[in-house]
Design a protein around this ligand. Structure first.
Ligand code: PHE
Length: 344
């Protein structure tokens, strides 16, 4: 039996050398060290042998088992190492190859427009502020002279967020005007601020209306501010943004928080005033509402309207690039179509 074991060991070693992957190693293990292998059989049957033979054979069988196990482990290691070396060889990176050019990103056209608008007003001495998108009824309506049942609420189809004992009180701001109140509450005049920000209206969308859009609010409060300041400031702004030649229309409008209220429209570029889809066949596109701050609004925030006066305006941001480039649908801005965005 001893002789058989020696032969077995030699054969096992020879075969192990020719195993080249983990699958073949496993087959080898089952064959020479597995439950049904000859070696295991011999070890199991030791008890049936006569005592002196049992001792010799047992000791030898156990050493052979050990040496086969060790050899298996070693072979495993060396196969793993050569596999690694080989894969490193194959996957070697050629650092002399030229890289792939990375496309350069850019700001969204709305962001670019806001930055430009802010720059124009900053040069005139306005400071930039921002406010929350989620607003209280008080700031969005009440303090702006639009109490609960005021018909002017119909101008602002509102996304309500929650209500308190049946009274609705939180909403997504429908305009940036609530920031007029937030600033005047804490800042004594003189005030010159602009506020870019997102606004929301619960309305069907069309080519000139989106349910989410941007405005830039402006507010100036000081002694002796008049309608001439409003007109001068806003006409200067229009000339900076649209050029000297572009026609500007200035006429009356109504907003509860200003008195008098006005509206500014710019001649439609696409049809040069003849009327087209972009301007709703009127030849003009309204870009902002404005007016002299209503004395009631000033009084509510503790500013004496006998001493101070002010003007305010709210500008539709997307209308600016639409007018400049003849973009005929505001919804293009937020579809994230890269072919559109790439052009700015
Ligand atoms: N908040 C008004 C709107 O969204 C615009 C506006 C602002 C009008 C300031 C007057 C003064 O329609």
């Amino acid at each position: 039996m001893l002789e058989e074991l020696e032969k077995l060991q030699l054969q096992a070693f020879a075969e192990l050398e020719s195993a080249v992957d983990s699958r073949e190693l496993e087959q080898w293990r089952i064959c020479y060290l597995g439950k049904k292998s000859r070696l295991t059989q011999v070890l199991r049957s030791l008890s049936t042998l006569p005592l002196d033979e049992r001792r010799n054979t047992g000791a030898r069988a156990n050493t052979i088992k050990k040496s086969l196990e060790n050899a298996l482990e070693e072979r495993g290691h060396s196969l793993e190492t050569s596999r690694l070396v080989l894969s490193l060889e194959n996957k070697r990176v050629d650092i002399t190859l030229p890289g792939y050019p990375m496309p350069i990103g850019r700001s969204h056209p709305t962001t670019q427009t806001i930055e430009e608008i802010c720059q124009v007003f900053q040069k005139m001495g306005f400071q930039v502020f921002e406010g929350p998108d989620v607003e209280w009824d008080y700031y969005n309506f009440e303090a702006l002279n639009i109490p609960a049942d005021h018909p002017a609420r119909d101008m602002f189809a509102t996304f309500w967020i929650d209500s308190n004992r049946g009274k609705r009180n939180r909403l997504l701001r429908t305009h940036t005007s609530p920031m007029q109140i937030r600033v005047m509450e804490h800042t004594p005049p003189p005030i010159r601020i602009i506020v870019p920000g997102r606004c929301y209206r619960y309305e069907a969308t069309d080519t000139t209306h989106e349910s989410m859009f941007y405005q830039v609010e402006g507010l100036a409060v000081d002694k002796n501010i008049t309608m001439a300041d409003l007109k001068g400031t806003l006409f200067d702004f229009c000339r900076c943004i649209f050029g000297e030649e572009r026609k500007v229309r200035f006429r009356c409008d109504y907003f509860p928080f200003v008195e008098p209220g006005v509206e500014i429209a710019i001649e439609c570029l696409a049809c040069h005033g003849n009327g087209c889809r972009i301007c709703g066949y009127s030849g003009w596109i309204e870009i902002l509402g404005a007016g002299m701050v209503n004395p009631d609004v000033l009084r509510r925030v503790g500013i004496d309207p006998e001493v101070y006066s002010g003007f305010a305006f709210g500008l539709g941001v997307e209308r600016v690039p639409m007018l400049r480039y003849g973009i005929d649908d505001i919804r293009l801005f937020y579809n994230n179509d890269i072919r559109f965005l790439r052009q700015f």
